[in-house]
Structures are given as C-alpha cells and as structure tokens.
Design a protein around this ligand. Sequence first.
Ligand SMILES: [Zn+2]
Length: 214
Amino acid sequence: MPVEKLFWKDPYLTKCTGLIMSVDGDRITLSHTVAYAFEGGQQSDIGTIGGFEILQAERDGFEIFYTLPQNHTLCLGDNVEVCIDWEKRYRIMKLHFAAELVLELVYQNFGHPEKIGANITYDKARVDFMWDGNISSTFEFLNDELAKMITADHKIICDFDDVKNEHRFWRIDGFAQVPCGGTHIRSTKEIGGLTLKRVNPGKGKERIEIYLAD
Ligand SMILES: [Zn+2]
C-alpha cells in the first residue's frame, strides 16, 4: 500500500502519526503523511518525521520517499509523528490558488494562450505564457476580477475524479473545474489581497508574478 496522503483529505492538517514502512539508508516511506512532495509546481513541505528534518520529499508513482539526515535512528515499524511548517504551507496554498485563479482568468478572457511554466514558492507564484506584447495590459481586468472573487468568498471544492489513479481536481461552481494534485484552500477569501507584477523572460514570452498583499 502506498502512503495515505492526508494532505488531500485535510490540507489544514499540520501533523499526523504514521508507521515507518521502509528504510533504505536515509530514505524512508510512511503509512500516513501530511508532508506534501513537490508536484505541479508546488514545493515540498518543510517538516520533520520522528523529530528528524525532511531534507527531500519525492513522489514516485503513488509513493512518497522522504530523505532524512544520514544519522537518523528510525526503524521499520516505528510509530512516528510527521509535522509540517504550517506557516510556509499556508502561504504556498494561498499563492497556489491565486495562481490557479490568474491562469483561469487569462485562459477564459484572453484567448487561452499557451502556458509554458508555473512555480509556487513561499514568496511568490509565477505563471508564464507564450504572449506577444506586454501582459500587464491585462492587469486592470485581472486585478478587478481577482478582488471580486476574493470578496465573494467562493467555496473551493476538491476531490478525486479518479481515485485509483489519484487524479484530483478543484472546482468553483460557475467558474471552473481544473485538474490539480496540489493542496488547496477552502475559500477564495483566504487569499486576502494580491499584487501582480509583469516580467519579460524572453521574446514572445510573458510572466505574471503574484505576491500576497501582506
Ligand atoms: Zn492546484
């Protein structure tokens, strides 16, 4: 059985207990986890397993392999606590969903340009498009729409559309349903406020950087 990914069931869970299911030197697997592993542009969580720092978290199929310090003392079958850095995760959840909204608004209102990259970190999110001209011409519209969506406090529904293959989606009724395996906030109001910034990463390409207003 691959690890039970509690970060999907409840993305607000900051700790859980789990059994050590395998130990291969510094790499271990768990029965249950709250610690997200990098996927879809969302960074891995910072955290600890049995008190040892998670140095790396990697998805491999349905499994997650966590790398711990070489001198960890965890053994097969140990019952351990898994903790994440909630402040970092929550910022990333807000920026992640802000990026989802920006992407959808651009798709729906500006001719569905090709997305060529996206990344979400603690400080900012970014979405890159194939785009001729200066994408900041969309910002007045985007800022208005984002502010309206945040104020409207839309409920964000998350679920599997294919449990066996672990395909997930998020949906805002009347707005969009989008496949994504990331961790999502419950409502748009949690984002607070946003600032958009334009970057030109190369000819014919445009980047929207997204910052939380705090
Ligand atoms: Zn997402």
